[in-house]
Design a protein around this ligand. Structure first.
Ligand code: AGP
Length: 611
């Protein structure tokens, strides 16, 4: 995710802001910038790439001011470039803004502002905020009033800081669905999106609440709630050290990323579901109804966890778009003789967007004239640049090598793509689409409930920490989730684990089952729930200890299994989003108990850019 730092006080803001941005580097970013109010005017420096580039820029083009704001950008709207780097200004260059989050309605707002004469200099959603503030800022309306008026027009998530060259005594800040914290100093105050940026200066902080705006001066802070009423927010003392703060207080990045999933899933569908009518809007996927009617087959290509997202999507594409779909491992696809032509839609899934095998497969599909869609997390990555269409997952940087939030982001993006295509093609009814949208909107709450199961899962993990092997079983759309659960366990706890479609057991793998082979089984509501119960019986009869992931009303499961993890129920086709969470926790806790390096498991790299 992007990072924000702001400062007002007696020091040179450039130094404080730069130091703060350095503390946010771990979050990942592609460009950075700082703006200060110098001699009555805004001075701004921005650079692409690492912070050292910004430092060089600042060394050659020095700026100075006691009030400043800065930002590290993880691109969401528009490629990583100097023009798209924050801070962004209004037309006059007097108002500058840094922003984290996504403005859902930025396109209509931008169109309207352009009609009113505003000139835009970037491709970002953030720039509309600067122009909206400009629109409302005048003799009668202070910077704070103007920010509050602008926010009334904005839909989406934001943490932001705004400053105006007319007044170097204040920074106006605001937050909704993205964190922002104010650090308290003596005759100086600090602002940051993440407490780790402030710890070198202060441990006393105020966490703003959703919908808050605040006017921060060097010697006072006024906070207003979402209705612009003045409110008090209590200050707190942060007891974390710098490393704990980077991980948001979690022991590992992986655990932090597991917990982020309530938010990241929303970030993936934010702005892509119309509020007015039940429609999926994917601006970046320009496939028309005619294009879709010409498609005879969908061919998904990916590696590892992304491949599992693809396997899940096969069920969805076939069910809802009625287009035959195959899923390929990229390293195989690229050396096979894939039957792909201009009637085949190829879909490439990659968190990093740089995986060498997936990139090579994409190039091969393009040579064969296939239309290509990429599902990527990293904006501006090679795969996202080379595909015809790209759908970003907007999950923010994933630092743990074991993919968690990127996986659920990929699934969410795939759900959107499937329903978008099915709606265009006319293979999904209005009613089905409305039910899907309602159920998807409920998923973050259900994920939050599932995250509350962590302690129980940890207790079960403790009993299995010395196990040498594991089998994961599921059927139908949850079969790829069994594969994903097994991959997580292999990757971070070095336990041999295999995922199987439960009905396939009797054709071989059942020979492995005895009391030394525990079985993790996904048995949530499904049209073939009873079949899965029989598969569990088969394993239990051979002495296996059974851990079942089930829904509360699946009472039979208590008799059939040794341990149960009861997750909230949802539509069967959305259940992979919920069912994968206990498996992520299970692998995580076993890894911690075994003393493994959770975030950087042996022999693995986050992004596999070689063959
Ligand atoms: C997942 O936990 C892995 N570390 C790995 O399988 C990963 O999903 C794979 O290398 C693909 O990466 P990508 O999504 O960046 O292309």
């Amino acid at each position: 995710m992007c990072g924000i730092v702001g400062y007002i006080g007696g020091k040179n803001a450039v130094d404080v802001v730069y130091n703060g941005l350095e503390k946010l580097e771990y979050r990942g970013y592609d460009s950075a910038g700082i703006a200060v109010i110098g001699e009555g005017k805004i001075e701004r420096r921005r650079s692409v790439g690492k912070l050292v580039n910004l430092k060089e820029n600042l060394n050659t083009n020095k700026i100075f001011g006691n009030l400043g704001i800065g930002h590290t950008r993880w691109a969401t709207h528009g490629k990583p470039s100097e023009e798209n780097a924050h801070p962004h200004t209004d037309c006059s260059g007097k108002i500058v803004v840094v922003h984290n989050g996504i403005i859902e309605n930025y396109i209509p707002l931008k169109n309207q502002l352009q009609k009113e004469g505003h000139i835009f200099a970037s491709e970002t959603d953030t720039e509309v905020i600067a122009h909206l503030i400009e629109k409302y800022y005048n003799e009668k309306s202070s910077l704070l009033d103007a920010v509050q008026s602008a926010l009334k027009e904005i839909r989406g998530a934001y943490a932001l800081c705004a400053i105006c060259a007319d007044d170097k005594t204040q920074v106006v800040v605001a937050r909704k669905d993205a964190p922002l914290v104010i650090g308290l100093g003596k005759e100086e105050n600090f602002i940051a999106s993440d407490v780790s940026a402030l710890l070198a200066y202060t441990k006393d902080v105020i966490f703003l609440e959703n919908g808050d705006t605040a006017q921060v001066r060097k010697d006072s802070i006024k906070i207003f709630d979402g209705q612009c009423n003045s409110v008090e927010r209590k200050s707190q003392k942060v007891l974390w050290n710098a490393l704990q703060a980077e991980k948001g207080g979690y022991k590992h990045f992986m655990l932090k990323e597991i917990y982020e999933q309530t938010q990241t899933i929303q970030d993936t569908f934010r702005g892509r579901i119309s509020d007015e009518e039940n429609k999926i809007i994917l601006q970046s996927v320009g496939l028309t109804k005619e294009d879709l009617l010409k498609i005879s087959r969908i061919c998904i290509v990916a590696c590892g966890t992304s491949y599992h997202a693809g396997l899940t999507a096969k069920f969805l594409f076939e069910n809802f778009t009625k287009i035959p779909t195959e899923v390929n491992i990229a390293s195989e696809f690229r050396y096979a003789e894939p039957v792909v032509d201009d009637k085949v839609l190829t879909v490439f899934i990659s968190q990093s967007g740089e995986t060498a095998d997936t990139l090579a497969a994409l190039r091969l599909a393009k040579e064969k004239k296939s239309k290509t869609v990429a599902i990527c997390n990293v904006v501006g990555s090679s795969i996202s640049r080379e595909a015809d269409y790209v759908l970003y997952t907007h999950c923010g940087p994933e630092i743990g090598v074991a993919s968690t939030k990127a996986f659920t982001g990929q699934l969410t993006a795939l759900y959107l793509l499937v329903m978008f295509m099915a709606d265009k093609k006319g293979t999904v009814s209005k009613k089905q689409l409305a039910e899907f949208i309602a159920a998807l909107r409920d998923i973050p709450t259900k994920i939050a409930e599932t995250l509350n199961l962590a302690d129980g899962i940890k207790g079960i993990a403790k009993l299995f920490q010395n196990t040498k092997q594991f089998i994961y079983l599921a059927r139908n759309i949850n079969y790829p989730i069994a594969l994903e659960g097994a991959l997580k366990l292999k990757e971070i706890s070095y336990i041999y684990a295999e995922g199987y479609p439960a009905g396939e057991m009797k054709h071989g793998p059942i020979a492995l089952i005895d009391e030394t082979m525990p079985v993790m089984v996904i048995a949530t509501d499904s049209k073939i729930y009873e079949k899965i119960l029989s598969n569990i019986e088969e394993a239990k009869a051979r002495g296996a200890k059974i851990i079942a992931i089930a829904n509360k009303d699946n009472t039979e499961i208590v008799k059939n299994s040794d341990y149960q993890i009861f997750v909230p129920s949802t539509q069967e086709y959305l259940s992979p989003l919920i069912n994968v969470i206990p498996l992520q926790f299970f692998a995580y806790y076993i890894s911690v108990m075994k003393g493994c390096d959770v975030d950087q498991p042996r022999n693995l790299a986050k992004s596999v850019t070689v063959e």
